[in-house]
Design a protein around this ligand. Structure first.
Ligand SMILES: [Zn+2]
Length: 184
């Protein structure tokens, strides 16, 4: 895993353009939650489920199918005001959930990510793996290992997220300025 902070930073970066929505806080909350929640599968270890199993760590909850099901579910329950609101919320929540596995596939450790589970059990890594893998236990995170993780995430996740967030924020602002000018 990348750390929860790294996943959340990416979710925030991707959601910056949604700041004009009335339900933005609710959407950001679920976006951040969705970017972190695939790692709840570490509970599998407690039940003796092997890492390489479909239900093991980086298995089904890190798959593309899971991201689709989870984001449709969330958007249907919390963001069904109208079809446009639903569509944007769904797409954002999908990106947040699927981004988790994509980032994990760029980390330096653990097993690969089961993107295609349940259709294909293979685990995948990207050829580009620069993000230091984060320890699974919280106590280990507060050590020199955690600092090394945050350092690599600062370069490869936080800075790009801030840049992306700024671009999306400006794009939304510019577009709404254009709209209000054309109405005048
Ligand atoms: Zn993960």
């Amino acid at each position: 895993m990348a750390s929860a902070f790294g996943h959340a930073a990416v979710a925030m970066g991707m959601g910056a353009g949604l700041y004009q929505r009335k339900d933005k806080y609710k959407l950001w909350f679920w976006g951040i939650f969705s970017s972190i929640m695939p790692d709840f599968d570490v509970i599998a270890f407690r039940f003796g489920i092997a890492y390489e199993s479909m239900l093991g760590h980086r298995g089904f909850t890190h798959s593309i199918l899971f991201a689709i099901i989870w984001s449709v579910l969330l958007a249907s329950v919390f963001f069904r005001k109208n079809i446009k609101s639903f569509r944007t919320a769904w797409f954002y929540l999908f990106l947040c959930t699927v981004s988790h596995g994509l980032l994990d596939a760029m980390t330096t450790g653990g097993m690969g990510v089961g993107f295609l589970i349940p259709f294909d059990e293979s685990r995948y890594f990207f050829p580009w793996r620069k993000i230091r893998v984060s320890p699974m236990s919280i106590s280990r995170f507060f050590s020199s290992w955690g600092i090394r993780v945050l350092k690599s995430e600062f370069i490869y996740l936080f800075i790009p997220s801030i840049l992306l967030g700024t671009i999306l924020f400006l794009r939304t602002t510019f577009r709404s300025d254009q709209k209000s000018t054309s109405v005048e």
